[in-house]
Design a protein around this ligand. Structure first.
Ligand SMILES: [Cu+2]
Length: 168
């Protein structure tokens, strides 16, 4: 009986203690008023990413996790897409780890009022376990990701935020 209780408690606790993180996204380009929050959470299915942005020009914008956690130099300091497996560019939720970069979240769409929301689960990626994203950066691009090679033709970076761990 004690063993069953202990097992139940440890299962409950492992879920209650799932790591969470966040990134505060701010404008990286002159004249851009991009602002918002991206919340991240380790789940059994992968990294749950919930973005709520404002001040985004209407339409589709490439939205990726880039390799470094710096937003300096108009977001260029964030480096390339986070691509630990050296795969072609794609959309990780659809194409999987063989045909997409781990950070390839595709596009986020802004409405006419500048608000953009997105919720995705990236399989096989975590905050600081396998394919860790803590300390990397979320980048919002000026244009849509058209999934062309090598990086989707999404143009300049108009928003950027460093991913920090908020709970373990
Ligand atoms: Cu990008």
């Amino acid at each position: 009986m004690k063993i069953i209780i202990a097992l139940t408690l440890s299962l409950v606790c492992s879920y209650a203690n799932a790591a969470t993180g966040s990134a505060r996204v701010t404008a990286t380009a002159a004249g851009s008023s991009v602002y918002g929050t991206v919340k991240l959470e380790d789940t059994a299915k992968g990294l749950k990413v919930t973005a709520e942005l404002s001040g985004v020009p209407a339409g589709d914008h490439g939205f990726h996790i880039h390799e470094f956690g710096s937003c300096e130099d108009s977001g260029k300091a964030a480096g390339a897409h986070y691509n630990p497996e050296k795969t072609p560019h794609g959309m990780i939720m659809k194409d999987g780890h063989k045909k997409a970069h781990a950070g390839d979240m595709g596009n986020i769409t802004a409405k006419d009022d500048g608000k953009a929301v997105l919720q995705v689960v990236i399989p096989g990626v975590s905050l600081h376990g396998k394919f860790p994203v803590a300390g990397r950066a979320i980048i919002l691009h000026e244009k849509a990701d058209d999934f062309g090679q090598p990086v989707g033709n999404a143009g300049a970076r108009i928003g950027c935020g460093t991913i920090v761990v908020t709970a373990d």
